[in-house]
Design a protein around this ligand. Structure first.
Ligand code: ADP
Ligand code: MG
Length: 258
């Protein structure tokens, strides 16, 4: 038997610093996510998670350091079919915007839904297949605005899937859905990761869910606090990350989910 090559890097943050004006949101972060990982980026609110993702997707440019996607500088990266992005869903986003579920998925753009975009044909087989994968095919003709937040999230997941990406990035995908919706979402992601070998990057503030779901955990609080296998995360590291004792957090997390 020949020894297997290590999986190639998918996202590399190389000594990355980013500031919004004077305010440093991400400081000297070096982190690599490899192909096949189900990776989580965990940290309290305002710790720079979304900023780190925007840097990876070329939506922001680092003030210092370099960011590479599939080995290319994010600024020069052009092969967006390889990347699915599920931005955070905010309730009410589509209230006055008459777009159907199928049109949303057919659009398939990764940078959010542009109101004036010209939509692709919405009855293509890949659109139907992506909606089947997330259990939303029977809602194809419905308006996005008529769905619950959890259903909208699944539609956005179908949209991220429609180009059969190698990487899917999800920013707080469980925010605003109930426990059973959350379990279904994570089951889908596990399936995409294992059965389709899609690299998944999950951004969350939810310690319990990330310890359960992710293979690797990067803990961020402006700087990278730790990175390694999720099952090796210690109470001391969690306390350092969140600045409060772990039992308080676990209590809050349980409370939040009931
Ligand atoms: P997280 O996703 O972990 O909650 P963010 O990356 O959204 O954190 O934010 C990190 C820090 O940067 C926060 O202090 C936030 O207030 C600030 N920030 C985020 N977006 C902007 C922006 N567009 N302009 C100015 N400051 C921002
Ligand atoms: Mg965020």
């Amino acid at each position: 038997m020949t020894s297997a090559l290590p999986p190639p890097p998918v996202i590399e943050w190389d000594h990355v610093t980013f500031a919004y004006g004077e305010a440093v949101a991400v400081e000297d972060v070096s982190l690599t996510i490899h192909a096949g990982e189900l990776a989580a980026i965990l940290g309290p609110n305002g710790s720079g998670k979304s900023t780190l993702i925007r840097l990876a997707l070329g939506l922001l440019r680092p003030s210092a350091g370099a960011v590479r996607l599939f080995g290319r500088d994010s600024a020069d990266f052009a092969d967006w079919d390889r990347v699915g992005y599920m931005p955070q869903v905010v309730a009410g986003t589509w209230r006055d915007f008459p777009i159907t579920v199928a049109e949303t998925v057919a659009h398939g753009a990764y940078r959010g839904i542009a109101p004036l975009a010209i939509f692709g044909r919405s009855d293509r087989p890949e659109v139907v297949e992506a909606l089947e994968a997330v259990g939303m095919v029977r809602y194809m003709g419905r308006l996005l605005s008529e769905l619950s937040v959890g259903q909208q999230q699944r539609v956005l997941l179908a949209r991220a899937l429609v180009r059969q990406p190698e990487l899917i990035v999800l920013d707080e995908p469980a925010a605003g859905i109930d426990v059973s919706g959350e379990e279904q979402l994570y089951a889908l992601l596990r399936d995409f990761n294992r059965e389709r070998n899609i690299t998944i990057v999950l951004v969350s503030h939810d310690i319990g869910a990330m310890m359960r779901e992710a293979s690797t955990l990067a803990c961020l609080n402006r700087t990278l606090v730790r990175h390694g296998p999720s099952h090796e995360l210690t109470s001391a590291e969690i306390a350092m990350l969140y600045g409060v004792p772990v039992d308080v957090l676990i209590h809050d997390a349980l409370h939040e989910h009931r």
